[in-house]
Design a protein around this ligand. Structure first.
Ligand code: GLU
Length: 330
């Protein structure tokens, strides 16, 4: 009997694979349990613990929903959008600017066109374009990056384009005016401490492990303000002014909060992910909002209503169902 069942599931899985029906495969492989994976970012960012926090809330109700959530560390927002579209991830955290570009077919998605099946679930914490520099490199403003070795971020990260935009607003071309590195944010603090780079950019919520690591070493580092960005704030609707609180980084050579600009982290999925799964995840996060909010200090300013702002992609019907039920939307 067991053997027949196994044979049947293998055949079903093969048919599903042939049809490209990824979501059915998950169920066929493991009986009634639905496996979903949340894509995040580097393990020293805020996306990774955020994915873990969401997964924890949903996995607690495994008996009720039959959903098993796992979290994956990834290269960041652009990778995440593409992995959702390819069906390799069911959910992921994505910068609001990357969501905007993907749904409209801009930037990295110019050639492939609008990513029509991308769906929003909710927004999460604010993220700031953060510039960290070694004090001995004499970088006091973004203009001082001229001629320096600077990590702008790996292709696949959300922040890479933010770094390029910030540099452009300061009149710097990342190809001509500096030695741009393209490594992952998780590697940048080590490179800075080892003297192999002068500075790095990271678009991230605060506090986070990467900036703690960068500011805790022997080489003194500071968070550099990014000002004079009015033009890009006007040009791009997804950017807003932000302030980086320095209270979290006692090792940083800053005595005041630092001005910059930023975006929002958002929770995304695909139109192909079933409504009941999206509904369950949305419900667990909102019903346990206070508990969720306490799971990471980067959520300090997050409100339930704010979690419905900053989305440009259509909201997934599974999430809409929950928002209507509780009157968050009409
Ligand atoms: N905003 C970054 C990116 O999309 C990731 C930040 C994080 O992991 O917290 O590349």
């Amino acid at each position: 009997m067991k053997k027949t069942l196994l044979a049947v599931s293998i055949i079903i899985a093969m048919i599903c694979a042939a049809l490209g029906a990824d979501y059915i495969i998950y169920e066929a492989k493991a009986g009634s349990v639905k496996f979903v994976t949340i894509g995040t970012g580097g393990i020293t960012g805020v996306y990774y613990p955020t994915g873990g926090n969401i997964a924890k809330l949903v996995n607690k109700k495994k008996k009720e929903y039959n959903i098993r959530c796992t979290v994956e560390s990834t290269g960041g927002s652009v990778f995440n959008v593409n992995a959702i579209m390819a069906g390799d991830l069911e959910f992921a955290v994505v910068q609001s600017d990357r969501q905007y570009q993907a749904i409209k077919g801009m930037s990295e998605w110019k050639k492939r066109g609008p990513q029509k099946d991308l769906r929003a679930v909710f927004s999460i914490h604010p993220e700031s374009i953060t510039l960290i520099a070694a004090v001995d490199s004499n970088i006091k403003t973004i203009e001082d990056l001229k001629g320096k070795r600077v990590n702008i971020g790996n292709p696949g990260s959300g922040q890479r384009q933010n770094s390029i935009d910030a540099l452009e607003s300061a009149g710097l071309n990342y190809k001509k005016d500096l030695k741009a590195e393209n490594v992952k944010a998780a590697e940048a603090p080590g490179l800075l401490q080892d003297g192999r780079i002068d500075a790095f950019f990271y678009t991230v919520g605060h506090p986070n492990g990467a900036i703690k690591e960068a500011t805790a070493g022997a080489r003194k580092v500071k968070i550099v303000p990014i000002t004079g960005v009015d033009k890009i704030l006007k040009k791009y609707p997804y950017y807003a002014e932000s302030v980086i609180p320095v209270k979290h980084y006692s090792g940083a050579a800053n005595d005041q909060d630092v001005k910059s600009f930023g975006v929002k982290a958002t929770f995304m999925t695909s139109a192909k992910v079933p409504d009941d799964i999206v509904y369950a995840i949305t419900k667990e996060v909102f019903e346990n909002f206070e508990q969720f909010k306490n799971l990471h200090p980067a959520y300090e300013t997050v409100t339930r209503q704010g979690m419905l702002e900053g989305m440009t992609a259509p909201i997934h019907p599974g999430a809409i169902k929950y928002y209507k039920e509780v009157g968050l939307i009409k």
